[in-house]
Design a protein around this ligand. Structure first.
Ligand SMILES: Cc1ncc(COP(=O)(O)O)c(C=O)c1O
Length: 422
């Protein structure tokens, strides 16, 4: 068996010393292959400018799309939440971990997304794991059945892990991964399986794909789902508060607000940037998941400070489009000007702007040179993205002022010339 060590047919456990040596060897290999993830400590709040590597840097690497991570209204709401409701509840939701504001936030999320109900989880990662297993682990009164999930090949790791978990746990769930954003392949797979009488079919996609900043054409996606009675599932973590005129995400961008069956999302990006996630959809589904989701049932409630601040984030979005418009204007400006400098980007409308530099070494060198010039941006390279398509993933924010963006553009020009990218 691959990976198993055997001596005369008997498998031998690594003793802890051997295990740690094996781990150290793996880490060395990651360093050698330049896939070891280095953490640069930030010595300030998350903001348009942060203190990193001893200098003030324009932040182009965070998901703080609306600049709420240190916004005075969000901080005030978090303090108030702390004052009024305390630090933690020391409980899961169904024991004694539900406060009025948890229910208020769930209603607010559902209202904002135009669906009936929502359920909080400790993260969107947990929410995505919860959804598939929560839904598909029950027989729903049927003795014989199979379910199937159609999943975009570039879906987020949490969707992939959620699918792995449900398939392992139930043994009655099939998977069809379709080529990235190839909705015609999704349609033909659904058509080909029509005669198989699956009990539940779910089609799952990211609203916005985080390596590319491109979005799924949800109008087409939903019409295919409808045609084949598949439940539509969209993880809109990178889009809630970001895309659409009012920040209601990819469904709004695609003109199908309120029509997706299941939307998952995070409180850890545009909606304040702390942590927490949710599943939103029809009330029967959400009520069912409240009973069946293991990450909900067996994990602590979201702390009041975060809940109160998340309510305030949605209030701010409902009151005015100002931040969303600033985000869109900043994004348009950066996209236009970085191209004018001669860089190649992946086209789109999202504040994730991948600047393509080719080889991994170039991306690594550029990000460390840019840091010296006061620009914090991370490179992505194989195996995270295809070979030869290394990139600097710039993420634009409403927290940036024009002079911050101009500083970043000037640094890109200087470093690009120095390293021969321009
Ligand atoms: C598409 C997508 N889904 C889920 C997550 C996980 O969100 P959370 O940080 O709330 O677990 C992320 C975060 O990177 C994401 O990009």
């Amino acid at each position: 068996m691959a990976g198993a060590s055997t001596t005369q047919g008997t498998s031998k456990s690594l003793d802890p010393k051997e295990l740690y040596a094996a781990l150290a060897k793996e880490l060395d290999a990651a360093r050698q292959s330049k896939t070891y993830k280095l953490e640069v400590p930030i010595d300030s709040e998350q903001a348009g400018r942060v203190m990193a590597a001893g200098r003030s840097c324009v932040m182009l690497a965070s998901n703080n799309y609306l600049g709420l991570a240190n916004h005075p209204r969000i901080k005030a709401a978090a303090y108030k939440g702390l004052e009024n409701y305390g630090y933690g509840m020391a409980s899961v939701r169904f024991i004694c971990g539900t406060q009025k504001i948890h229910m208020e936030l769930e209603e607010k999320i559902a209202g904002f997304l135009g669906v009936e109900a929502a359920i909080l989880h400790s993260s969107c990662f947990a929410a995505n794991e919860a959804f598939f297993t929560g839904l598909m682990s029950s027989d729903l009164g049927q003795s014989e059945y199979r379910d199937i999930i159609y999943s975009d090949q570039l879906n987020h790791a949490s969707i992939i892990d959620g699918i792995r978990l449900v398939r392992q746990a139930t043994k009655t769930t099939d998977l069809k991964a379709y080529k990235h954003n190839d909705l015609d392949e999704l349609k033909s797979s659904l058509a080909a399986n029509q005669s198989k009488n699956y009990r539940i079919s779910v089609a799952a996609t990211d609203g916005v794909f985080s390596m590319e900043g491109e979005y799924c054409d949800l109008k087409k996606f939903l019409s295919i789902c409808k045609e084949f009675s598949a439940l539509s599932f969209v993880d809109d973590s990178h889009s809630t508060g970001v895309l659409g005129k009012t920040g209601r995400g990819t469904p709004e961008q695609c003109g199908v607000h309120g029509q997706v069956d299941v939307i998952t999302g995070t409180l850890g990006k545009a909606l304040g940037g702390a942590s927490g996630g949710f599943i939103a959809g029809k009330k029967e589904l959400i009520e069912f998941l409240r009973q069946k989701s293991r990450p909900y049932t067996f994990s602590n409630t979201v702390p009041a400070a975060i809940v109160a601040a998340s309510i305030e984030a949605i209030n701010m979005l409902e009151e005015s489009n100002e931040l969303v418009e600033k985000l869109h204007d900043n994004t348009d400006y950066f996209r236009k000007e970085i191209k004018n400098l001669g860089f190649t980007i992946l086209e789109g409308v999202h504040p994730i702007v991948p600047v393509m530099v080719g080889e991994a070494a170039t991306a690594m060198d550029m990000s460390s040179e840019l840091l010296k010039e006061g620009v914090y941006v991370r490179g992505l390279w194989y195996p995270v993205v295809p070979k030869g398509e290394a990139r600097l993933r710039c993420q634009i924010s409403a927290a940036l002022e024009k002079e911050d963006i101009d500083h970043a553009l000037a640094a890109f020009q200087k470093v690009g010339k120095k390293l021969g990218v321009l």
